[in-house]
Structure formats: C-alpha cells, structure tokens
Design a protein around this ligand. Structure first.
Ligand code: NAD
Length: 321
C-alpha cells in the first residue's frame, strides 16, 4: 500500500490535473459507469466534531474507495491544526486490498474548485467578462483562482457577510492582473458568472439580483438546511448538478424542490453536458445554475491522480498492510 502524505500534495497536484480528474468522473457518473454510495455524516458528541464518509466506485476509471473526515471546530485555536480534516483511502477493485492512503485536506479544496470550474467551462457564456464572488472564506480563494482560468474575465466583484475578508480575493484578482471591487448584492447583476461559497443557512442572493445569461455555481450548500440562493432563482434557471440525489437532499435544490418550485426531474447532471448527451446552455439569455454538492467520487478521482504523480516522482511511501 502507498501513502501520499498531506505535505506532498501541494508540490504534486495542479489545478489542471484536478480539473481533468473531476471532469472525467462527472462524465463517468452521467454515463452510469460511476456511482456514489450514500453519505454518512454524524455528530460525534465529542469536541463538537462532525465526522463521516463519502465513498463510491468508478468502473470506468477503476477507482474504489472512501474519504473519511469531517469538521473539528476547535482544532485551529486549541491545536494549530486546520478545522477540516480528511484522508482518502483507495482499494483495488479486483481484490479489495487497500492500495493507497492519501492526505485529503488540500485535495478537497482543489476538487471543489475544479467542480465550479468544470461547470463554468461547460455552461458559462463564452463572452463572460465579470466574475462575481459571494463568500470569502478558506474555499473562496481556490474557487476564484480556478474560475479565472476558464474565461477571459476582465473584472472580479465580491460580496461577503464579513467584508473584512474580501481583501484576500482582491489579492488573488490582482495576481491575475484584474481589478476587484467590493459590491452590494444588487451589483451582482453586473456579473456574467457568480460563484457562491459560504456557510449560510439562509438565502443570500435574490432571484432579481441576477441578469439573464448569467452562470451561477452554487458551491456552499452541502448539508441539509444550508442555503445560499432564493429558491425562485432555481425556477428561473436551467439547473445542473454533480449528483441529483445529493442535490435534492443536501444541495441547494433541496429548497426549491421542497417548496414545489421545481421537480427532481428538472435537474440535469453536469456530466451529461460533458458527454454531449444534453445540450447544456441553449441561449445567451438563459440563466444556468450548477448545484455543486461535493461527491465522494471527486475525492477518489483527485486522490488517484495524485497517487500516480507521487509514484512518478518517487515520493509515495510504500508500507505492508
Ligand atoms: P470558511 O469557514 O472558511 O468560510 C465561510 C464563509 O461563509 C465566509 O465567507 C463567511 O463570511 C461566510 N459566512 C459565514 N456565515 C455566513 C452567513 N450566515 N451568511 C452568509 N455568509 C456567511 O468555509 P469554507 O471552507 O470557505 O467553506 C465554505 C462553505 O463551502 C462551507 O459551507 C463548506 O461546507 C462548503 N464546502 C462545500 C464543498 C462542496 O463540494 N460543495 C466543499 C468544501 C466546502
């Protein structure tokens, strides 16, 4: 069995490799070649931690495994560790033997950024110029960097509940040579692409604060009860997702479907657009919306990619188990 420690991931894994891995596995999911197993997520009643497993099997890529981990809210202050902790375990689908154990913290950030980036590649208008960010926490910077590679953006605008966090996004925009402006939510009407990545439990973006033709990647809602968008926005949009079952239970669509504004059958897997079995955006005026809930297969795909890179570079540690 191979071990790829967390400290080796940053020098090995690129945004391009994460993009390719996530795009391929979304395609495999929509083709019926890969499926996610039900998610387990439990409050431990210890350290106020949330712990769980995301797992699945990709028959096309022959990737089988799970990501174990969760959220320990006191890690940073009490121990100087990051609060989100995860590890990916891969298994040989022919024998069930473990093949790899891979640090999952940076990989989670990269695969999440890759998901919104894949949605922009396949659903945003080609002439998109203004990128709107809602949220400015740990994950927002990853989403922004990956998104900027997808279109010829000339400006970034951003809103965050805690505006003092916005300068981090301004720095990333400036590294890419782009101006950044902190704006009120009404100014999101200027955006051609909007990414929401917050831990909100109530709608932030209103249905009338989005212009026709916009692509929205809604990435923060990954748990029952979380919410970032007015559900009427989903009724106005063509809605795509990584996984329909997750979208209607823990994703943004849980609210619009729960209120009867849209039906489960209105949701399309992004992989169908990648596979060209669905046309995706059908007009310049259409609002497209990607509900990115975060699936186990994304974690397995990027972990398998990084194991290959680690073996090629001779930094994977081999152990007997
Ligand atoms: P973080 O704690 O670093 O940042 C949280 C962000 O949400 C900040 O911008 C903060 O200002 C904002 N915020 C907090 N409370 C809010 C509220 N009540 N209303 C509006 N905004 C609020 O977290 P992060 O690591 O950046 O993750 C952000 C969200 O993305 C989390 O909800 C996380 O669970 C989710 N996430 C989703 C995926 C996925 O695959 N879809 C993957 C990773 C993280």
């Amino acid at each position: 069995m191979l071990i790829v420690p967390e400290r080796e991931i940053a020098p090995l894994m690129t945004r391009a490799a994460a993009f390719d891995a996530v795009e391929k596995v979304f395609a495999a999911m929509a083709a019926g070649d890969a499926y996610n197993f039900p998610v387990v997520r439990e409050a431990l009643g210890h350290e106020e931690a949330l712990y769980g497993f995301k797992s699945g099997f990709d028959r096309a890529g022959l990737t089988l495994g799970l990501k174990a981990g969760g959220y320990w809210p006191h890690n940073l202050q009490a121990r100087g560790l990051i609060n989100h902790q995860s590890t990916v375990f891969l298994f040989d689908p022919d024998t069930g033997r473990p093949t790899a154990m891979v640090g999952g913290n940076l990989l989670t950030a990269l695969r999440t950024a890759a998901a919104s980036s894949v949605s922009i590649r396949h659903l945003a208008r080609e002439d998109a110029k203004v990128l709107g960010m809602i949220g400015a926490g740990h994950q927002a910077g990853f989403q922004l960097r990956a998104a900027l590679e997808q279109r010829d953006f000339n400006k970034v605008i951003g809103w965050n509940l805690h505006p003092e966090m916005l300068p981090r996004l301004a720095e990333i925009a400036s590294e890419a040579g782009l101006p950044f402006e902190a704006v009120g939510l009404d100014r999101m009407r200027e955006a051609d692409v909007i990414i929401s990545i917050t831990s909100s439990f109530a709608a932030i973006l209103g249905a009338d604060q989005v212009s026709p033709g916009t692509h929205i990647a809604c990435m923060g809602t990954d748990t029952r009860g979380k919410q970032e968008l007015d559900p009427r926005l989903l009724a106005r949009a063509a809605v795509f997702t990584d996984d329909v079952a997750q979208s209607v239970t823990i994703g943004e669509a849980q609210h619009a479907v729960g209120q009867g504004l849209i039906a489960e059958a209105d949701l399309t897997e992004l992989g169908a657009v990648i596979n060209a079995t669905h046309p995706g955006r059908t007009s310049g005026d259409q609002i497209t919306l990607f509900d990115g809930t975060g699936v186990g297969l994304q974690d397995l795909a990027v972990a398998a990619a990084v194991v290959e890179l680690a073996v090629a570079k001779g930094v994977a540690i081999e152990v007997d188990i």
